[in-house]
Design a protein around this ligand. Structure first.
Ligand code: SAM
Length: 411
């Protein structure tokens, strides 16, 4: 029988922090911890999703994974785990613009409120906390309760709104992050009581910088334009005033096109082609069907191989066409604008013939994993379907962004 099952604390594996990964999903936090090179060990992960747990176990067979609800863990269970760090991505549906917005009244927030209740009562308050959630969380009651709890427990903390483009990755995924460190531990940068929209600058040899990171001292490669364009999860900004603007082609106004052009000309961001698989297995399954093309062509976010942008991939990718993530134009010799020229005047057959020239396909799960920063060693068990992979990746996070935050948290 294992020590934990006998009610005894687990033996310490090494010198670094012992990490508890809550809402572990497919282990995005675990991969980020590895990338951060912090000498830490995930001593337990907890998630209720059986499919996600299959993927987690496949990639981290030696990590103790609890396939149960967080509320199903007692205070004693948590105390026995004897952890120093919590990494967590609570469910985001209660806080998204298109979700329920029920905030703390949504039953899916219950487990998070339970964690806030447990935190001050732990026999050892963890030294480090990192939380990830959607944009929208920052204005929630749940966030206010989190801050109250952290302040009453004696944490220093910093909030962020970050997207992978600030690290040169051609994918928008604007997310809320909070890192908290138990006092007297101090951060290697000056915290501020507003939300940072880039990573704080620091001198490699002088982490204890004293200057306040003002807005122009943060790395904000295109963040502002991105927020306007992709404020949550890649849904086109269909506000009333834009409906009044002239459409150039597709449903794009000159403003949309200018923004995309600016993103594609931003040389600090890599090209989409750097994230693609060389040879697809069963490529026909990724082609966009004529039915989807005909119904959704105008709302698909289309990116080419040399583009330096893509919109946020959500769990509905490959299933719902609108606002769930970009699709790839594999025909590099065709101009998107020419395909949509006088499109409305064409017959159905002519429309399909035009659209087919683009050779559009979905990104594969591996390619989305690449954009999310998952390393080559990460993979899905064979029995996990493409659709399930999209769902799980859509719920996950950008590894590079979180790895950098873990470094900021611990250094
Ligand atoms: C936003 S996803 C986290 C994804 C994860 N960070 C990853 O990289 O895949 C939220 C996860 O919380 C899990 N979850 C939701 N409510 C839960 C609860 N009450 N107890 C345990 N896990 C829960 C879901 O199954 C889902 O995998």
């Amino acid at each position: 029988m294992e020590a934990a099952a006998r009610g005894e604390p687990r033996p310490r594996p090494g010198p670094g922090p012992r990490v508890l990964e809550l809402y572990s999903g497919i282990g995005g936090m675990h991969w980020a911890l590895r990338e951060s090179c912090i000498p830490a060990e995930v001593i337990a992960a907890i998630d209720i999703n059986t499919v996600a747990n299959e993927v987690y176990k496949h990639n981290f067979p030696s990590t103790h994974l609890y396939p149960k609800t967080i509320e199903g863990m007692t205070l004693d269970d948590f105390n026995r785990l004897d952890f120093d760090m919590i990494l967590m991505s609570p469910p985001c549906q209660p806080f998204t613009r298109i979700g329920s917005q029920k905030d703390v009244l949504d039953p899916r927030t219950k487990s998070f409120l339970y964690i806030l209740d447990i935190l001050p009562r732990l026999s050892k308050t963890p030294k480090y906390i990192l939380l990830e959630n959607v944009k929208g969380f920052e204005t929630s009651v749940a966030r206010d309760k989190l801050i109250q709890t952290l302040e009453s427990c004696g944490y220093n903390y910093q909030e962020f709104l970050l997207t992978p483009t600030c690290l040169g990755i051609p994918n928008s995924r604007l997310r809320y992050f909070l890192i908290a460190k138990l006092q007297p531990g101090a951060f290697c940068f000056q915290t501020v009581n507003w939300i940072l929209e880039g990573f704080p600058h620091h001198e490699r040899d002088d982490w204890k910088q004293s200057k306040l990171p003002s807005s122009d001292q943060t790395l904000s490669t295109g963040d502002h334009t991105e927020k306007l364009n992709n404020s949550e999860c890649g849904h086109a900004d269909n506000s009333k005033c834009q409906e009044m603007e002239t459409l150039i082609y597709k449903l794009e106004t000159s403003g949309h096109l200018e923004r995309k052009l600016k993103q594609n000309n931003n040389l600090s961001i890599q090209m989409i082609q750097d994230f693609l698989e060389e040879k697809l297995q069963n490529p026909s399954q990724y082609l966009i069907s004529p039915k989807v093309l005909m119904r959704y062509a105008l709302v698909l976010d289309i990116v080419g191989l040399t583009c330096r942008r893509s919109v946020c991939f959500t769990k509905g990718y490959g299933h719902y066409a609108e606002g769930t993530g970009s699709v790839l134009q594999t025909a590099s010799d065709v101009e998107l604008s020419t395909v949509f020229q006088e499109f409305e005047t064409l017959s159905e057959n002519e429309k399909l013939a035009q659209l087919s020239k683009l050779k559009l396909r979905y990104f594969t799960p591996r390619e989305i994993a690449n954009l999310h920063g998952f390393p080559a060693e990460f993979n899905f068990p064979e029995k996990i379907s493409v659709k399930q992979s999209y769902r799980l990746l859509g719920n996950s996070l950008n590894i590079h962004v979180v790895a950098k935050l873990i470094e900021l948290l611990v250094q």
